[in-house]
Design a protein around this ligand. Structure first.
Ligand code: DGL
Length: 274
């Protein structure tokens, strides 16, 4: 990689580009490689074992590409694969490398956004059923009341280009109603899925104005920046050429068509084989 030592950013597909966009805006000097495993996405309804196996293969690909640090910019992979990768795989495969997720950095701060102490979390079935947000949030905000809702229709609607369609409002309303009927005191809703920021304006339209809808891109970006300030040895290993390489495990032209919506700029990807 021409002497480059990039930060790896991983997602099951294009959604992680919403997180990567924020990371890149905050740290434009670093070199990055983004990999979307579009050949096997979405991960949202897959089992723990499958998400772990797919994610581990992608992490291994990043290591072979020379990345000492990989960010799982995917809530489902962070929920279902990160712990096993950190605790079992890394010590055997690559003890000098690091893999970080998006759930812990979000859990560290999201409790500060609520006044009522009631927070809503929206994600894929995999993320919600894993209970990962609850586990992490209890560590940092033990008194917080957590209300969760899986929104399995949102990712397919976005991926099929229906994010602006009227019919999509039905499914936005449906999940928000179900969430809000759990507790009317919810005043903060976290979009715990990389795709959902695409719907943020429409989600806000369906909620009372006092409810704070939070997407996690800038939270994760701040946390990574902070991590590198605290881990100077890792920071020193990373190269600063300001480059961005985007890779996909499936057809690049299809990836690029979708990706610009998430990255808010044109994307030219390359297909890779794991
Ligand atoms: N990137 C996934 C997430 O944040 C959503 C897409 C998928 O299900 O693979 O949970």
């Amino acid at each position: 990689m021409n002497g480059r030592v990039p930060i790896g950013v991983f997602d099951s597909g294009y959604g992680g580009l919403t997180v990567f966009r924020a990371i890149r805006a905050m740290m434009p000097d670093y070199d990055f490689i983004y990999l979307g495993d579009t050949a096997r996405a979405p991960y949202g309804n897959r089992s723990f074992d499958t998400v772990h196996e797919y994610t581990r293969q992608c992490v291994d690909w990043f290591f072979r590409a020379g990345c000492p640090l990989v960010i799982l910019a995917c809530n489902t992979a962070s929920a279902k694969a990160l712990r096993t990768i950190q605790q079992l795989d890394l010590p055997l495969l690559a003890p000098d490398k690091r893999v970080l997720g998006v759930i812990r950095p979000t859990a560290e701060v999201i409790g500060n956004y609520t006044r009522t102490g009631h927070i809503g979390i929206l994600g894929t079935r995999g993320t919600i059923n894993s209970g990962s947000y609850e586990i992490e949030l209890k560590k940092f905000f033990p008194g917080l009341q957590i209300h969760q809702m899986a929104c399995p229709m949102w990712v397919p609607l976005i991926e099929n280009g229906a994010y602006n369609d009227e019919g999509t409002d039905y499914f936005i309303q449906k999940y928000l109603d179900e969430l809000m009927s759990e507790n009317a005191n919810i005043d903060t809703i976290l979009l715990a899925c990389t795709h959902y920021p695409i719907l943020i304006d429409r989600i806000r339209k369906h909620l009372p104005g006092h409810i704070n809808v939070v997407s996690q891109g800038s939270i994760v970006a701040h946390s990574l920046y902070d991590y590198l300030q605290r881990h100077k040895e890792m920071n020193a290993r990373l190269s600063r050429g300001g480059s961005v390489t985007v890779c996909t495990t499936d057809d690049p032209s299809d990836f690029d068509t979708h990706a610009s919506l998430f990255f808010e700029q044109e994307v030219r990807s390359t297909q890779v084989h794991l």
